[in-house]
Write a protein that binds this ligand. Structure first.
Ligand code: TUI
Length: 323
């Protein structure tokens, strides 16, 4: 059977078949998942999180052993090992990085010199404009429907505003799990999407089964926010989020709330603690209903997007090709 086509300029920029980038989820996005997404025609990403450079080197080498296709690394700028991880990325000749929680500006000259594409994640227009000036190759515009750390605009409002504000390609993120949402992102002017939550339930994702089950059993209102003003994190409701709510009501300060969150993502992802762990996931968790191989997820997305863009559009506006 012929594979459906879904191609934008972003595909050429990154050397991938489909404009689908996997989210760089710390503790969740390991070599196995990244390689499977890349094998499926998207761009797989290893989430560096707070891990030291040598761990990331091992992950990169494992991914290289599993695929010949390009994959990337997500650099988490609050990590104490950022310099280390950047060095490993240069040495291992990674082709593309996404960045989160900080400004990659100071590393851009040496990354560009090495031919590495840099794609920061942002949640506001001003930062997108600032980063464009530093020479980044594209921007991921992440709406507050996403899992993990969030900004305050929704994907629907944020993406077109960033598309209008910059000339480089924009990738939509947050609230995207199926072809309708992928098609909508393209309609908003994005050249592709970044998806995290749906890939948590990829067969190749090594996260603890309890984490996957929390996603699979989620309903529309199953996620909530923990943290404090300016530092909100979207997670699936559990005992931990009730504890957060209690402490917040009691007037706990930022340090106390921070302390409650320490180490909780690892507890959820590795130990499978889905009661007191931080089970980060986006609002689309309810739309993820089965475990399936990453390549199947990608094929489903591409087929659904084609249907929406062709069949739905022609139902609504008819065939205007001869007008
Ligand atoms: O980074 C995220 N989402 C995250 S990080 C995370 S938790 C984690 N825990 C342990 C290890 C590693 C990670 C869960 N979710 N999203 C990307 C994102 N980055 N959205 C917004 C930003 C951002 C914020 C500030 C980008 C740049 C920035 O720069 C500030 C400045 O002005 O320089």
């Amino acid at each position: 059977m012929q594979r459906a086509k879904l191609q934008t300029d972003l595909c050429e920029l990154l050397g991938i078949e489909y404009p689908i980038i996997q989210g760089g989820m710390a503790w969740v996005a390991t070599a196995e998942l990244a390689a499977a997404v890349s094998e499926g025609g998207g761009l797989g990403i290893i989430g560096a999180g707070n891990a030291p450079g040598e761990i990331i080197r091992e992950q990169i080498r494992k991914a290289k052993s599993l695929t010949d296709k390009p994959f990337g690394v997500n650099v988490y700028y609050l990590s104490p090992f950022v310099e280390d991880v950047i060095q490993v990325i240069l040495e291992e000749k990674i082709k593309v990085i996404t960045t989160g929680a900080g400004n990659p500006g100071k590393h851009i000259p040496k990354l560009k010199e090495a031919g590495i594409k840099v794609i920061p994640v942002v949640s506001a227009v001003a930062l997108a404009k600032r980063l464009e000036k530093t020479g980044v190759d594209a921007i991921i515009a992440e709406g507050m429907e996403c899992g993990g750390h969030i900004g305050d605009l929704t994907t629907m409002a944020l993406v077109p505003q960033i598309v209008d504000a910059v000339k480089i390609p924009v990738i939509a993120a947050g609230g995207i799990a199926d072809g309708r949402q992928l098609a909508a992102s393209l309609c908003l002017g994005a050249q592709g999407v970044q998806m995290g939550t749906r890939f948590i339930c990829a067969e190749e994702c090594q996260v603890h089964d309890n984490y996957k089950n929390s996603v699979l059993t989620s309903k529309d209102r199953s996620t909530t926010l923990t943290g404090y003003h300016g530092h909100y994190v979207r997670v699936i409701k559990n005992k931990l989020t009730i504890e957060y709510e209690r402490l917040t009501k009691e007037g706990a300060n930022e340090a106390e709330l921070e302390q409650l969150g320490a180490g909780r993502l690892r507890a959820a992802a590795i130990d499978g603690d889905n009661k007191m762990g931080s089970v980060m996931a986006g609002q689309v968790a309810a739309m993820v209903n089965k475990i399936q191989p990453a390549c199947e997820i990608i094929q489903e997305l591409v087929k659904e997007t084609n249907t929406v863009l062709q069949v739905q559009a022609s139902k609504i506006i008819g065939d205007n090709s001869n007008d």
